[in-house]
Design a protein around this ligand. Structure first.
Ligand code: SAM
Length: 323
């Protein structure tokens, strides 16, 4: 565990001896007992790095799996999320109250993957796979090649916990920093040469990229003729603004602010050679699977499912090649 970088955040001065607070703290006069220091900063985030977001989202899969009416079951999510995942989730009260987007996203992506592997897709390339356990929990062809790419630490954690489990298809893991452009191009080239038709998945990754980084990734994926389809999730600029306000602080503190929400929605990737073939609103999907609170159910009934840059909107898109 990382050591706390902060000083004591609340200190009552009784008499002459007192520890000085960190310089960014202020104090109130407490008339009953003396001076009371009050921290001006939020508590330290339990999110330490980008891979901790994988632990966080696994918590929502675990919770959904426990429901008697679960729309998917991930029997590994609880184990993979661990104590750290639970602590992170507890520190994000807004997401705790609004976990339906995570559930709807998993449900939608499961359906899209199932649909694609029933066709001619022979390889799934899951970029930023995190603690996703689809190769163990989904009904997939045994001959399907499934490649998971993520940073070394989170894949080591996953392998340690899933070492005894058997994937249903052929599973391979690649420890790679996807921001290393040269290395990722080499990997995409290798995978592109091996596959006949590949489906790429980037669940929960793009929002942490800048627009330039997202476009560069889109270009590198489009450069491989065998990469036929790409499943991505996307937020609108209005949603990003709302999320930054409601739950951005712990992510900002960890140095991983939410960044990418293109004004043009999925059409952003047209310049890279991708066109949206299916666009699914998460709110409408959540309404369908009955995971929305009443108020949002009413909103979903009156609002269109299409991408809306000026309204909080998030969706899952199946992209295909257009050149
Ligand atoms: C929100 S999690 C999503 C994980 C998984 N796809 C899911 O939906 O459960 C984001 C993931 O992106 C991975 N990631 C972020 N930046 C990365 C990079 N530069 N290279 C490889 N993986 C990265 C993190 O390690 C983390 O596992």
């Amino acid at each position: 565990m990382r050591e706390s970088k902060r000083g004591q955040s609340s200190l009552l001065i009784q008499g002459a001896r007192a520890e000085l607070p960190a310089s960014n703290e202020k104090f109130d006069v407490d008339h009953g007992a003396g001076l009371h220091f009050r921290s001006m900063e939020p508590p330290e985030s339990p999110i330490h790095n980008i891979s901790d977001t994988a632990r966080w989202v696994a918590v929502y899969r675990a919770r959904e799996s426990e429901r008697p009416d679960a729309v998917f079951r991930d029997p590994f999510a609880q184990r993979l999320a661990g104590e750290r995942g639970q602590q992170i989730a507890a520190s994000m009260p807004f997401a705790e109250k609004n976990s339906w987007p995570f559930v709807a996203r998993t449900w939608l992506i499961d359906r899209l993957i199932s649909e694609q592997v029933r066709g001619e897709i022979d390889t799934v390339v899951n970029l930023a796979a995190g603690l996703d356990a689809r190769p163990y929990r989904m009904d997939l062809p045994r001959s399907l090649q499934w490649v998971e790419v993520d940073l070394p630490e989170i894949l080591a954690h996953k392998e340690e916990l899933l070492g005894q489990e058997k994937p249903v298809c052929v599973l391979e893991r690649v420890r790679l920093d996807l921001s290393d452009v040269q290395a990722r191009r080499e990997l995409f080239l290798q995978l592109g040469q091996r596959a006949n038709r590949a489906l790429v998945v980037t669940e929960g990754l793009l929002v942490y990229l800048t627009a330039e980084e997202a476009a560069a990734l889109g270009n590198d994926l489009a450069a491989q003729p065998a990469f036929h389809h790409w499943i991505l999730d996307l937020a609108s600029p209005a949603l990003l603004k709302m999320l930054a306000k409601k739950m951005g602080a712990p992510l900002d503190q960890a140095g991983i602010p939410l960044k990418f929400a293109p004004q043009t929605g999925p059409e952003f990737f047209t310049r890279c050679g991708w066109k949206p073939e299916q666009i699914h609103s998460l709110m409408h999907a959540a309404a369908k699977i009955k995971r929305l609170p009443l108020f949002l159910r009413l909103i979903a009934m009156i609002s269109p499912a299409r991408f809306q840059p000026n309204r909080p909107w998030s969706g899952v898109c199946l992209m295909g090649k257009h050149r």
